[in-house]
Design a protein around this ligand. Sequence first.
Ligand SMILES: NC(=O)c1ccc[n+]([C@@H]2O[C@H](COP(=O)([O-])OP(=O)(O)OC[C@H]3O[C@@H](n4cnc5c(N)ncnc54)[C@H](OP(=O)(O)O)[C@@H]3O)[C@@H](O)[C@H]2O)c1
Length: 244
Amino acid sequence: MNTVAQISLNGAHVVVFGGSTGIGLATAVAVKAKGAAVTLVGRTLAKLEAAASEIGGARAVVADISDRKSVEAVFDGMTRVDHLVITAGGLHFGKLADTDPDQLLVAIHERIAGPLYAIKAVLPLMPPTGSIVLTGGQYSDRPSGNGAAVISAAVRGVEALARSLALELKPIRVNVISPGLIETPLFDSFGAEGRAAIFNQATDTLPGGRAGYPDEVAEAIILLLSNGYMNAEVLHIDGGGRFV
Ligand SMILES: NC(=O)c1ccc[n+]([C@@H]2O[C@H](COP(=O)([O-])OP(=O)(O)OC[C@H]3O[C@@H](n4cnc5c(N)ncnc54)[C@H](OP(=O)(O)O)[C@@H]3O)[C@@H](O)[C@H]2O)c1
């Protein structure tokens, strides 16, 4: 008797918010390799089209996850979504004393409000074997005095949201992927030198002496999607980074 509830991705439809670069793109590549059809969502059409071409074909839809109407429109015309993966989001840091709170709250709009919009819209399209993966981060476990208070609240909130929704939306499974420092375009806004400084520091401090790769996170997302008994889980792919 096979006692592993393996959910096949072959023939499934997977929607990836944030699928144009980094972890989302690596996930799209991985699910496509398993035989799934992929819809990529992001704010920049050119990036989405480049990603779709890189993975050998995907539907590309422009939407900002923090904008409810544009998120709802993503699902127009769809008849079935087997899995929803949300990796969309940027870096929104700032110390409260010198940052407009509305600017800091973008992290909450992207990490909490946006997933709520997307999950509500996708529910009528998702079969009981479906699943949802949200993205957290290590600021959930490791506070910082360097302007990360709101992003910390957001990623901790993502975990709480997923655990409660896993019970509320049963039997649809809801899990969180929590990446550590991963080499993606997320850090390009720091410029070449700033980016290098971040990753050089990682070499010095992380137990494995390096940052992670998007493919390593995507592999874990595949596990969350396809293992039918993984639910309400927060899966850390951080090289142990949350403890140093
Ligand atoms: N890389 C890391 O070290 C790390 C660590 C912990 C957590 N994370 C989180 O993991 C997620 C993926 O990060 P990544 O490293 O893969 O970053 P990335 O390469 O910059 O990818 C982010 C993706 O999300 C899209 N996106 C950003 N803001 C969006 C919005 N408001 N609405 C819709 N799409 C949006 C981006 O495309 P557009 O810009 O064109 O919209 C892109 O497709 C992010 O939430 C990030 O904060 C990353």
